[in-house]
Design a protein around this ligand. Structure first.
Ligand SMILES: [Zn+2]
Length: 676
């Protein structure tokens, strides 16, 4: 996941195309200031709040100067000044937002959230400013380069999609709604993050089936009870391995109640506010508004895409389901269905028995330390770069910091905050810290994950996630060398955002890559035969898995493509689950209440599948040339990653492939799964 911070929702979209590297002395009147934040300067909540307040005052002043400007705006003066404001706002806001998600001090987390929320008001006011819009409209871009022209056009579109051309009263209401949406969204996320629940077990016997180290990590407490939390590292192994069917069911219900009931009203308010906003701007619903500047372009295209993939996955889902049911019947002859809480457990058995893939065995070959080293090496070999430690302040002793170099040139910097802590963001995502501007500031980002530490075993799926998030990070750093902040970093269309990270995941299926780091405690390399079995097993479950993804995409779209008053969350989500999957929704659960994407991604969960279709297509070039082909990798880096948002994603990919994008390779993969 790419955690679009509040700043990026309102700013990246809006960030201006500003000045080319050197903005000379012509810019006399307007300030050019690129704010930088040193974590050492904000050790406490008070320090953060005070810094945030002083920055906000500076932003407001800068904004007022731009609004008051009555000369003839040029790229070198006006646009440069505006871009520096966008960049500064994004930096301070992103850092605040990120610390709000990860800092060990609860007060500082709240201060970070409050700061991001406050600054989003500045961004919202700017997006609704007629004087800014008019000045940018008057810019003469005839002599500008393509990226500058694209940046200006993109900014103008963002202004219009923000409602800048509406009357005063409407813009005032839009502003109120923007502020409200940020605050409600934060509440929605917080309710999920802070709602950690526990399944209480009476004895170690209840953990039968789970790996030794898991059992050792969950000793009985003083009352003799074993507590299993709904945090991912606890809950996912439990679903996969716990022999007790009744306990898996209980855990499923507990897990499916996170965020409920507190998020019912919050989600209602969120989709209502977004619906009103979209209508004020001139759209029928919020889904229309948010898809307008995406590759897909409209909710209808998204719905058609979901439907297309549904068509490619019906048979394979049925085939897979029958395999699970048959396996379940070996243990429970009277079983008529596979239930949702049985899926992971039974699927894991099929993988073991029919494919020889035992995740308990496989995980012995992976841990955080060797995976990180392996991923670093792979990226270094493929893209000709290297990682070096970056000596800097962080927010917790577990956090590591590195610099990425290409020869002598520093490409960017990053933090790795990879292990769970109380109160920390619970998923895996890349958080932007600083947008790179060529010649002015280096891109900085953080990977925020929740993996076991050091030499503790890592699930293979976690290695996958690690690589996926690392793909976002590389994209952010390599794309962070543009002149303007609204086209720098992951400033591409949102429905392309996941493609680079999804494609990078392909390398864990390459034995040459994996054998360089996958070693067990005795130092034995992951056997090639076992890796072959893993590759054979890889697409088992792809039908069910893709249908699950499509059901989320459909739910996310359906929350936003109609009048909110028509929506009953439980009814809608159950209807969709039944339409797409073979698993009956579990009574007493309300998965939508913890579906964190409904805030950050709103109607756009489809972007994962859309991006995957493109990733599969891009990968065809590597498949042909070989995964270690540095020439193809170099072309990919230069043409796709480094391009950032300077051109439409479709152009970047077409340039790399030498032909138009095709969804056929993905359709073929889906249809072909499990057939041979
Ligand atoms: Zn992602």
């Amino acid at each position: 996941m790419y955690a679009r911070t509040v700043a990026l929702v309102f700013i990246a979209a809006l960030i201006a195309a500003c000045g080319k590297g050197e903005s000379p002395d012509t810019a006399v009147d307007l300030p050019v200031r690129y704010a930088a934040v040193d974590l050492a300067d904000i050790p406490t909540a008070e320090a953060l709040t005070s810094r945030c307040e002083s920055e906000e005052a500076l932003f407001r002043e800068h904004f007022a100067a731009l609004e008051a400007y009555d000369g003839s705006p040029t790229i070198d003066s006006y646009y440069q000044s505006l871009d520096s404001l966008f960049s500064s706002l994004a930096t301070v806001s992103s850092v605040a937002q990120s610390l709000g998600a990860v800092h060990p001090d609860e007060n500082l987390r709240s201060a970070g959230e409050a700061c991001a929320q406050e600054l989003s008001k500045v961004a919202s006011d700017m997006s609704l400013s007629r004087p800014l819009y008019d000045a940018v409209s008057r810019l003469d871009v005839t002599d500008a380069d393509d990226a500058t022209r694209h940046s200006v056009e993109k900014l103008l579109l963002t202004f219009r999609l923000s409602g800048v051309d509406k009357d005063d009263a409407t813009r005032a209401r839009i502003g109120e709604l923007n502020d409200k949406i940020v605050a409600i969204g934060q509440e929605f996320d917080r309710n999920i993050r802070e709602d950690v629940r526990y399944l209480e077990l009476d004895s170690v016997e209840d953990l039968a089936g789970l790996p030794e180290d898991y059992i050792a990590a969950h000793p009985p407490n003083d009352d003799g009870k074993i507590m299993i939390s709904t945090q991912y590292p606890d809950v996912f192994p439990f679903f996969e391995y716990a022999d007790r069917d009744d306990l898996r069911k209980k855990m499923s219900i507990t897990f499916g109640q996170r965020g409920y009931p507190q998020n019912e009203e919050v989600l209602r308010k969120l989709i209502e506010a977004r619906h009103e906003l979209a209508q004020l701007i001139g759209f029928n619903n919020f889904a229309e508004l948010v898809t307008a500047d995406k590759m897909a372009g409209s909710p209808e295209r998204v719905a058609a895409f979901i439907d297309e993939l549904k068509g490619h996955t019906g048979e394979v889902q049925d085939r897979e389901y029958e395999v699970l049911l048959a396996r379940l019947r070996q243990d429970v002859p009277e079983a008529e269905k596979v239930q949702s809480w049985q899926r992971s457990y039974v699927q894991s058995k099929v993988s073991r028995e029919q494919y020889g893939v035992d995740s308990k065995v496989i995980r012995q070959y992976f841990n955080y330390n060797n995976s990180r080293a392996g991923i670093f090496t792979m990226v270094q070999d493929l893209f000709g770069v290297r990682m070096e430690p970056w000596e800097t302040e962080t927010w917790h002793e577990d956090v590591e910091a590195y610099s990425l170099y290409d020869g002598d040139v520093e490409v960017g910097r990053f933090y790795l905050d990879m292990h769970p802590r109380d109160g920390k963001y619970q998923h895996a995502a890349m958080f932007p810290f600083v947008i790179g501007i060529e010649g002015r500031q280096l891109p900085v980002a953080g990977l925020i994950c929740n993996f076991p530490k050091g030499d503790e075993p890592l699930q293979f799926s976690q290695v996958n996630t690690f690589l996926h998030e690392f793909g976002h990070l590389l994209h952010w750093l390599m794309a962070g060398h543009q002149d303007w902040s609204n086209v720098s970093g992951i400033a591409t269309e949102w429905d392309f955002v996941e493609a680079p990270s999804q494609m990078l995941q392909e390398w864990v299926w390459d034995y040459e890559t994996v054998s360089q780091f996958a070693r067990n405690a005795e130092g034995d390399v992951l056997p090639e035969e076992l890796h072959k079995s893993m590759v054979a097993e890889r697409d088992f479950g792809i039908g069910m898995g893709t249908r699950g993804q499509l059901s989320y995409a459909a739910l996310s779209l359906s929350m936003y493509d109609r009048d909110p008053s028509e929506i009953d969350f439980d009814v809608l989500s159950k209807e969709i689950a039944r339409e797409f999957t073979r698993f009956e929704p579990l009574e007493g659960t309300h998965g939508w209440a913890a579906f964190v994407h409904l805030n950050g991604y709103s109607a756009m969960y489809y972007t994962y599948q859309w991006s995957l279709a493109i990733a599969t297509d891009m990968f065809t070039r590597f498949k042909k040339a070989g995964l270690r082909d540095v020439e193809v990798a170099g072309a990919y880096r230069d043409k796709v990653l480094a391009g950032g948002g300077s051109r439409p994603a479709e152009d970047l990919v077409t340039d790399f492939l030498g032909r138009e994008i095709s969804f056929k390779p993905y359709a073929d993969r889906l249809r072909g799964a499990g057939k041979e």
